[in-house]
Write a protein that binds this ligand. Sequence first.
Ligand code: I3P
Length: 108
Amino acid sequence: FEGNLVRKHEWENTTVKASNRSWDKVFVVLRGSHLAFYKDPKTAKSTPDQRFKGEAPLQLHGATASVATDYKKKKHVFRLKLENGGDFLLQAQNDAEMNTWISHINAH
Ligand code: I3P
């Protein structure tokens, strides 16, 4: 499963805030239990090792996705909490797309 999302990294882990908390447009690829971020679909397809900012894929074991009801500044935003306390906000284009992402991530 894959698609465009807008991403904000909020927490590195339970105690450390992410140093860069700006919103980035990313192309997201869910494969098995990993979530990888790319600049665009073309890069994801042609050079899958060239991830956004050289980031390693996120391990979804122990991770949960849920609607970010506490985040009011943008619509269609869900929160991805990783096992290590890492925390990302991800914005879809509409609620249907958001719910599809939540289901797919939680079903990994
Ligand atoms: C961040 C950017 C984000 C903002 C974040 C800022 O600044 O403005 O949009 O999050 O606020 O730090 P920069 O682009 O200079 O990194 P919100 O959109 O959620 O307000 P934060 O520091 O409160 O996370």
